[in-house]
Design a protein around this ligand. Structure first.
Ligand SMILES: [Fe+2]
Length: 245
């Protein structure tokens, strides 16, 4: 045997393809988890951008900017997830069709989604992503892959922050709508003079919110045969929000 052939045999013995001290089973399992995670993150990125582009309504600027900020944070995860799998010696996603095959979070292809529904859906998706991150963390921890668990801990923190912001906005808007719905379903509906004394939280109800709700009430008003539903007073609402009609 020549010297070159001997050297080649020696290299094969040390398995030059191995990039870490993790077992090949660990690499396979962690890479598989990271592939699904990456597909979910791409799906969430595109949905966040989709809603950023298709937002409508009075809060357009605020929500448009918030979702842009969120989409940038989500996109910044993708390269790290993919490269982590490659560092371990595993493979990662190769195409959009590969994303579709592995994603667990659902797309939303609706022509129109109301702003509140957009925020509520993103909140639920971010919450679900946190669960997926935790389960990937468990797999990595089981194999003592501390570098990946460390990255995941940061992503969980970022995802929980996005969920927090979306929760605050969505809960606030839902709360206002629920107050009005409760008000309208009360016994006062039977009275000839449908007058309501509404109390809204001054910290959460803007003139725009109230105007939007007033439009909904007008629709209900028409449904009740044109009898006047009147806001006598909106306590604590910002100036300009008093609606009497
Ligand atoms: Fe943009």
């Amino acid at each position: 045997m020549t010297q070159t052939a001997v050297a080649s045999k020696e290299r094969k013995k040390t398995d030059p393809g191995t990039r870490t001290d993790l077992s090949s089973d660990a690499v396979t399992e962690i890479s598989s988890e990271l592939r699904k995670l990456l597909a979910d993150v791409f799906a969430l990125y595109l949905k966040t951008k989709n809603f950023h582009w298709h937002l409508t309504g009075r809060h357009f600027r605020d929500y448009h900017l918030l979702l842009d900020e969120h989409s940038e944070q989500i996109l910044s995860m993708t390269d790290d997830i993919a490269e982590r799998a490659r560092k371990l010696g595993g493979s990662t996603l190769r195409s959009i069709s590969d994303v579709t095959r592995h994603q667990r979070l659902l797309d939303n292809n609706a022509d129109f989604v109301p702003p509140l529904d957009m925020l509520a859906e993103l909140r639920a998706d971010n919450l679900q992503l946190t669960r997926y991150l935790r389960s990937t963390h468990e797999v990595c921890a089981r194999h003592n892959d501390v570098a990946t668990t460390s990255l995941i801990e940061t992503w969980i923190d970022e995802t929980e922050r996005r969920t927090w912001f979306l929760s605050e906005i969505a809960t606030d808007l839902l709360g206002i709508h629920r107050d009005i719905a409760d008000l309208l379903s009360g016994s006062q509906r039977e009275k000839p003079d449908l007058s309501f004394h509404a109390t809204l939280n001054p910290g959460s109800a803007t003139p725009e919110d109230i105007a939007e709700l007033f439009e909904s009430i007008s629709q209900l008003n028409r449904a009740f045969g044109g009898q006047g539903i009147v806001f006598r007073q909106i306590e604590g609402a910002p100036s300009g929000a008093q609606l009497d009609s």
